[in-house]
Design a binder for this molecule. Structure first.
Ligand code: MEV
Length: 443
């Protein structure tokens, strides 16, 4: 039985494990053994992983796969992908090979600005803030000098500070809206530290000002926004429509259906959600492999997908003068320095595999991964259907669940080579092969 515990985070790792396994599992000793079997055999590497978060008990393995043959801006890349979903890497590789024959992917970084806010309430006449904004802005910049010096030396820093009246949305609500260039870092800590300094200066500015009343000011939050509509990258492919001939479908038919599939995602949020989920399969796998924050990227992309007021597709397509052009445009606030980038040995290797890209190059590569994933999904959906490829990759998961031997796996994989391996049929075939009774439906 789980029981409340005080001061858990202060216990030693061994004591935490003891408490955890004794209180939560039917077989504490076996569970402890299992958790320990996932520890790294080099204790210094394990210590690094332990230190990423609080209360680390063990490591959670995630496959780290690669998808070769991505030609991006004329250069060949092998993409590192950390993901558990069986068909994603295979889909990426298929798209990569398809576009390798048709000129590859192109990318363009459109903007790189990040944004953060001091959210505050002023329950009085806020006009003096606006009247003397120049003075306030100078003071805000001055308050962050020691924080920004380094970033400025690298070509970044604070690019603008605005005072925004949000009282039409919420009574007494104002913002300092601050834009940043954070160069090769994602910049979350840099941005938040700056905002915290600025908030302090806003308070001292208020108390020193005869026309303002500090008791009417309440700084509510100082935080970056993960919505980064000014940190945008575009990735695209294009080829003559006739070159799209695919799975027995003519280029014209394929292009027309493909375009319709995107139009459906734009018209129907139920479809758009799945359509964009498929894109995020590619985006997240790269984001995780390169030690970036996939929750931040997910949040930004979904808000961006709603910018018209209706949640819609992140990919777009046009057919003009016999040419198919297909692209993605997404906000990606990424870093190649800071965070996990030097700490996680596999992140270091993932970045090395990509040729140690700067943040802008990485934005392009990640966008390509999203586009490639969407291309593979739509290509399957408008031709053979998704289950053929998906279930083929999932077959090994089913066989592992059944605890099939390597020999059995080889026989069964061969048998399903040209069939969709539905779960029930795999189980039936497996049982027949073993000479076991076929389980009844529902068992
Ligand atoms: C599965 O993870 C993703 C897809 O459903 C995406 C799509 O339908 O576009 C295949």
């Amino acid at each position: 039985m789980n029981k409340p515990i005080k001061g858990f985070s202060k216990l030693s790792k061994a004591a935490k494990l003891e408490w955890l396994t004794q209180n939560n599992f039917e077989h504490p000793d076996k569970t402890l053994e299992l958790f320990q079997s996932y520890w790294h055999n080099d204790s210094s590497v394990q210590q690094k992983h332990d230190d990423f978060i609080e209360n680390t008990m063990t490591n959670y393995y995630m496959p780290f796969g690669v998808a070769p043959n991505f030609q991006i801006n004329g250069k060949l890349y092998t993409l590192p992908m950390a993901i558990e979903e069986s068909s994603v890497v295979a889909a990426a590789s298929k798209s990569a090979s398809f576009w390798l024959q048709r000129g590859g992917f192109k990318t363009e970084v459109i903007s790189t600005e990040k944004i953060g806010h001091v959210h505050f309430m002023y329950e009085g006449n806020a006009q003096p803030y606006f009247n003397e904004f120049e003075n306030l802005e100078n003071q805000l910049r001055e308050s962050t000098k020691s924080l920004t010096a380094n970033m400025e030396a690298r070509g970044g820093g604070i690019t603008s500070i605005k005072l925004v009246d949000k009282t039409a949305q919420l009574d007494h609500y104002y913002q300092l809206e601050v834009c940043f260039e954070t160069c090769d870092s994602m910049g979350a800590n840099f941005i938040n530290s700056n905002l915290e300094e600025m908030a302090k200066r806003l308070e001292s500015f208020t108390s020193a000002h005869s026309g303002l009343d500090e008791s009417k000011l309440e700084v509510v939050m100082r935080i970056l926004s993960n919505y980064t509509p000014n940190c945008i990258v575009r990735a695209s492919v294009s080829c003559p429509i006739e070159d799209l001939e695919s799975e027995g479908t003519s280029g014209e038919d394929f292009a027309r259906k493909f375009k319709r599939a995107i139009a459906i995602a734009n018209a129907e949020p139920y479809r758009a959600t799945t359509h964009n989920k498929g894109i995020m399969n590619g985006v997240d796998a790269l984001i995780i492999a390169t030690g970036n924050d996939f929750r931040a990227v997910e949040a930004a992309c979904h808000t961006y997908a709603s910018k018209s007021g209706q949640y819609s597709s992140l990919t777009h397509c046009k057919l003009e003068d016999g040419v198919f052009t297909y692209w993605i445009e997404i906000p990606l606030a990424l870093g190649v320095v800071g965070g996990l980038t030097k700490l996680h040995p596999l992140v270091v290797k993932a970045l090395e595999m990509l040729g140690k890209p700067n943040a802008e190059e990485l934005m392009g590569i990640v966008a390509v991964s999203g586009l490639a994933q969407n291309f593979a999904a739509l290509r399957a959906l408008v031709t053979t259907g998704i289950q053929k490829g998906h279930m083929k990759m999932h077959l090994l998961n089913i066989l592992n669940q059944l605890e099939a031997t390597q020999e059995e796996k080889a026989v069964i994989t061969e048998y399903f080579k040209d069939k969709v391996p539905h779960h029930r049929e795999v189980v039936n075939y497996f049982c027949t092969l073993r000479g076991q009774p076929i389980p009844k439906l529902g068992s």
